[in-house]
Design a protein around this ligand. Structure first.
Ligand SMILES: [Zn+2]
Ligand SMILES: [Zn+2]
Length: 273
């Protein structure tokens, strides 16, 4: 099977390289049945990375225009990637992906979806060089997604393992790490049914395997959660980055189905060969 949808995509409205229409055309060229946009929600402290308030309205409108223009070729969904600290309306979207990218420490927004050096600096400056403290702060923050009125998919759940293949900021086998991961999974899975396998860090060369780590996928299966696949696409050349690997990960972890968005809502699709 092929997974012919990507719901986690960015455009020139935030930090993506391509316009909405260029992304749509690429999706059509790849025979996708649908594509969803998930522009970064407005963050006043991150003007170059997020959509502006006016830009958000324009984004919503333009997606409406494209939905209509390409309706005979592809289904287009209007989504949002919500950052926990964004105070934005969640209405008018077909779906919302939730995620954490910043801490709020002493009145300052501190980004951690950053370069290896910047992440190292964040851990030294704000967590006394203790990677486990950093991980606890991250998962404590991420768990707050359960309190939002509309979050359909938990985005890049273990984002803080971004550099794990290159630098060990914390030990993923440390029981303290495992226990905060499990606690967060349980909290989130009670409220949010879907989590994504996110291949974005592979397309950018930071990792060779997608988020999430295999034992997390297995734990989610036990919790009854569903999985979607995305490439957190900021560049249309990587719209299907490692999708086949992601499908194989699911099979290896015992999944029988993968979720996708349909005009009637999220639905499972059998994982055939
Ligand atoms: Zn993100
Ligand atoms: Zn994203």
């Amino acid at each position: 099977m092929k997974y012919l949808q990507n719901l986690h995509t960015h455009s020139t409205y935030c930090d993506g390289r391509d316009t909405l229409e260029e992304m749509v055309q690429q999706a059509i060229a790849l025979n996708f049945d649908s594509i969803g946009f998930s522009g970064h929600s407005f963050m006043h402290w991150a003007p170059t990375r997020s959509m502006s308030l006016a830009g958000t309205e324009q984004y919503k409108k333009e997606i409406g225009v494209l939905k209509d223009k390409y309706k005979d070729q592809i289904t287009i969904y209007r989504g949002l990637e919500l950052d926990i600290y964004s105070e934005v309306e969640l209405t008018g979207y077909d779906y919302v992906i939730g995620g954490a990218h910043y801490f709020h420490i002493n009145g300052e927004y501190v980004g951690f979806d950053r370069s290896r050096d910047e992440v190292g600096l964040v851990i030294r400056k704000h967590f006394g060089g203790d990677g486990i403290k950093y991980a606890k702060a991250y998962y404590g923050l991420l768990a707050r997604l359960a309190d939002f009125s509309k979050v359909d998919i938990v985005g890049h759940f273990d984002l803080i393992t971004k550099w794990a293949e290159k630098e060990n900021f914390f030990d993923q086998d440390d029981p303290r790490y495992r226990s905060i991961v499990m606690e967060t999974l349980e909290t989130l899975a009670k409220k949010i049914h879907l989590f994504e396998i996110n291949t974005g860090a592979v397309s950018r060369g930071y990792r060779t395997t997608p988020y999430m780590t295999t034992y997390i996928l297995k734990a989610l299966k036990e919790l009854g959660a569903g999985i979607t696949i995305s490439s957190d696409c900021h560049d249309r050349r990587y719209l299907t980055q490692s999708f086949d690997d992601a499908l194989e990960m699911l099979r290896t972890c015992g999944y029988k189905e993968v979720y996708h968005l349909t005009p009637k809502g999220f639905a499972p699709m059998a994982l055939t060969d």
